[in-house]
Design a protein around this ligand. Sequence first.
Ligand SMILES: *Cc1c(COP(=O)(O)O)cnc(C)c1O
Length: 420
Amino acid sequence: MNTTRSESLFERSKISIPGGVNSPVRAFRSVGGVPRFIRRGEGSRVIDEDGNSYIDYVCSWGPLLLGHRFPDVIEALRGVLDIGSSFGAPTEREVELAELIREAVPSMEMVRLVNSGTEATMSALRVARGFTGRDLTIKFEGCYHGHVDSLLVKAGSGMATLAITDTVGVPAGFAATTIALPFNSISAVEEAFAKHRDQIAAVIIEPVAGNMGCVPPLPGYLQALRDITARHGALLIFDEVMTGFRVALGGAQSLYGIHPDLSTFGKVIGGGLPIAAYGGRADIMSRVAPLGPIYQAGTLSGNPMAVAAGLAMLRHLKTHPEIYAQLESRAAALCANPPAGVTVNRVGSMFTMFFTDGPVTGWDTAKKSDTARYAKYFHWMLEHGVYLAPSQFEAAFLSAAHSEEDIAHTAAAMRAFFEQ
Ligand SMILES: *Cc1c(COP(=O)(O)O)cnc(C)c1O
């Protein structure tokens, strides 16, 4: 496989951009080698600057549930080009998008649009603190909620990949407002509430963790969080930036039948454009400015391009519910019969093959994975035209554009790796 153009672009990039990338996980640091510079995407595939074509299981880290250049999204974007790229004033499409979100996710009684998942979780946390008058937050080890100062404690995603436990640059006082507990342990949460009575504003969780690799909640776990938070007057925040509109149209909360107080969405919601949302109970969201004193704003929030793409995406998902059944069966086929020494976790179209005997139920068990073996697997797959996340601790994503042939090709490459 010829990668000379990616190599030279990476060398050039490292001079101007830290690590040569605009987000750490793109740098291939934990698996080694040269990141592929992508020239274009089409359906289930990305094509790099050297002309190599790969079946893409990164899907821009989640957003591309309908694959690259989905026609409805492209057409919607073309339409906006004739109108203007930003107004800083309300538009009809924003109302339509908010209504569509409310309809798909009933707990979202009111919703604010922002520009990234990080902004959504940061804002939801501020609202939770403003509403409850409390400062502390419980998060879970291995969960990632964007690069919000106080949430970069024992975080997943690139922090897990690069073994950075607590980031430099966050004042100790901010980090001290976060209590990090093991995922899937109810007793740890009970103990924290007993110890910090009336001080905990919110519990924030990825209802299906994806940022330490895919780790589903154990039966009863999310309901227990719902009960404990309600009992203690704390808010339950579901960070559905990854799971929203992916594991089901109504997100993980519809899959598990839980009604959180606040939720955050991103990734799929924008069809590949930068947009995210937070919202939930109307009595809470009514405290946000200009209705109330909790301030949150954004110059490009509700941007017409991003809103149009998101609307096209969500409308298509709403009118084609059969997509979720197709994703389920194709992902199940891909994840069937894992070889010895490999544990597969999957919820719908997000999944991870952990190179450990398992079970993997949280960060302590995820981190037992053999990351050197994952790196070998990753490079083997890449050489065989399959583009996976360059880290053991990430979820793989299937899109509706992935065909039976894509799945068969991927499964054959996987089998060949484990046979040799
Ligand atoms: C990706 C992600 C974020 C951060 O979103 P950005 O758009 O990258 O800021 C937050 N929470 C979860 C669960 C995510 O997967």
